[in-house]
Design a protein around this ligand. Structure first.
Ligand SMILES: *Cc1c(COP(=O)(O)O)cnc(C)c1O
Length: 386
């Protein structure tokens, strides 16, 4: 009986930037004509600016996993020794990729909600001096935990291994000094902090990675980054690109450049902080309390309540699509996203909705307590005296 506006609030796909969405309508251009060749180099330059690297940044027409695969197939040979950090569903994806491409992987696992410490990475690098790469997630979206990217990057640098970061939800939610920390391959995805629909992935490539790639023999064709780079230097993409998404990306990158990448990160961090505060104020427990990411906050359902009920409550009462847990975490946790086009107004309503949903499930809640916690954080940050 009440109007419910559908709101997409998951950690990918994320809410869409309206002007990027509108730009997609102009996709009646051909990718081998001047119309596109005027557009594409600017998009690549803006992407590089937003990444903040002197290295190359390339685009693949795929979801994020395509660029993860490219990071394996372009820079390694079958049997290469590598170290893989696995602390959640996306860490497990690196493990599967390493296996699919016959890499000799030493896997360092952490419990869901936890992370692999730099000390363990250092020990593994010492035990495996021939290791050619270290693969991990900057932010493990399935658990809401973040790895110590700077320390791991510097360890890779010191030991001569490539540092391969799935930063698909790390970009735009945490500082990433790609060149300063020695991050050789950094992967991003369009449907995360870039505020546009799924279908494009990004990968930065350091000179060190290109050098290792020169003798890498794994098979590749569609995701041949050398070919992609050769075409990018001419202002084109290797294959038929998703023109509508390139148009959207062009707008979202302009938006992010104007806002400033630092401010995009600070925005996510502030919303994550407010969410954690609201959750604990409401007596809820965080799933990754020790190293929480700012891309998404994973919250445990109260004892005796399936988190699917909370997710359903958001959808059925408020049209809000939020994320359940993945795999064995389904039913245990629900996840509130902060990456990209999220603001405090989203936050006030989300927490008010959460209070109402918990109340409807018989969980004792004092209405407004969680919302007040978020308001206080906003007031302190926004109305600070100069
Ligand atoms: C979303 C996401 C991916 C990419 O998944 P696709 O469905 O292939 O886009 C990879 N890693 C992390 C950490 C993610 O959050």
């Amino acid at each position: 009986m009440f109007i419910k506006k559908q709101r997409l609030l998951t950690p990918g796909p994320t809410p869409l930037l309206p002007r990027a969405l509108h730009a997609m309508m102009a996709s009646d251009i051909h990718h081998r004509t001047q119309d596109f060749i005027k557009l594409y180099p600017q998009v690549l330059a803006d992407l590089k600016h937003v990444y903040g690297t002197q290295g190359d940044v390339l685009i693949t027409v795929s979801s994020g996993t395509g660029a993860l695969e490219a990071a394996v197939s372009n820079f390694f040979s079958a049997g290469d020794k590598v170290i893989v950090l696995s602390a959640g569903k996306f860490g497990e994806r690196w493990v599967e990729l390493a296996k699919a491409f016959s890499l000799d992987a030493t896997v360092l696992t952490a419990e869901y909600g936890d992370t692999v410490s730099p000390a363990r990475v250092e020990a593994a690098l010492k035990e495996n001096p021939s290791a050619k790469g270290v693969f991990f997630q900057a932010s493990e979206t399935s658990t809401g935990a973040a790895h110590d990217v700077e320390s791991i990057g510097k360890l890779c640098q010191a030991h001569g291994a490539l540092c391969i970061v799935d930063a698909i939800t790390g970009l735009g939610t945490m500082p990433l000094d790609i060149d300063g920390w020695g991050l050789d391959l950094v992967i991003g995805g369009s449907q995360k902090a870039f505020m546009i629909p799924p279908g494009l992935a990004f990968i930065s490539v350091s000179p060190k990675a290109w050098a290792q790639g020169a003798s890498a023999t794994l098979p590749r064709l569609y995701f041949d980054l050398k070919k992609e780079k050769k075409m990018a230097d001419k202002g084109e993409s290797a294959w038929t690109p998703n023109v509508s998404l390139i148009l959207a990306l062009s707008e979202s990158l302009k938006y992010i450049k104007d806002l400033g990448m630092d401010n995009l990160v600070a925005n996510a961090q502030m919303l994550a902080h407010a969410t954690r505060t609201a959750a604990t104020t409401l007596g809820l427990e965080l799933f990754a309390p020790n190293s929480p990411s700012s891309s998404v906050t994973a919250i445990k359902a109260p004892a005796g309540l399936d988190s699917s009920e909370i997710v359903k409550g958001f959808r059925n009462n408020f049209g809000a699509i939020i994320a359940n847990g993945q795999g064995t975490m389904k039913g245990q946790i629900f996840r509130i996203a902060h990456l990209g086009y999220f603001d405090f107004a989203d936050m006030f309503s989300l927490i008010a909705e959460l209070e109402l949903i918990l109340h409807s499930k018989g969980v004792p809640v004092e209405f407004g307590k969680g919302v007040a916690a978020v308001q206080k954080i906003y007031a302190e940050a926004a109305f600070k005296k100069a």
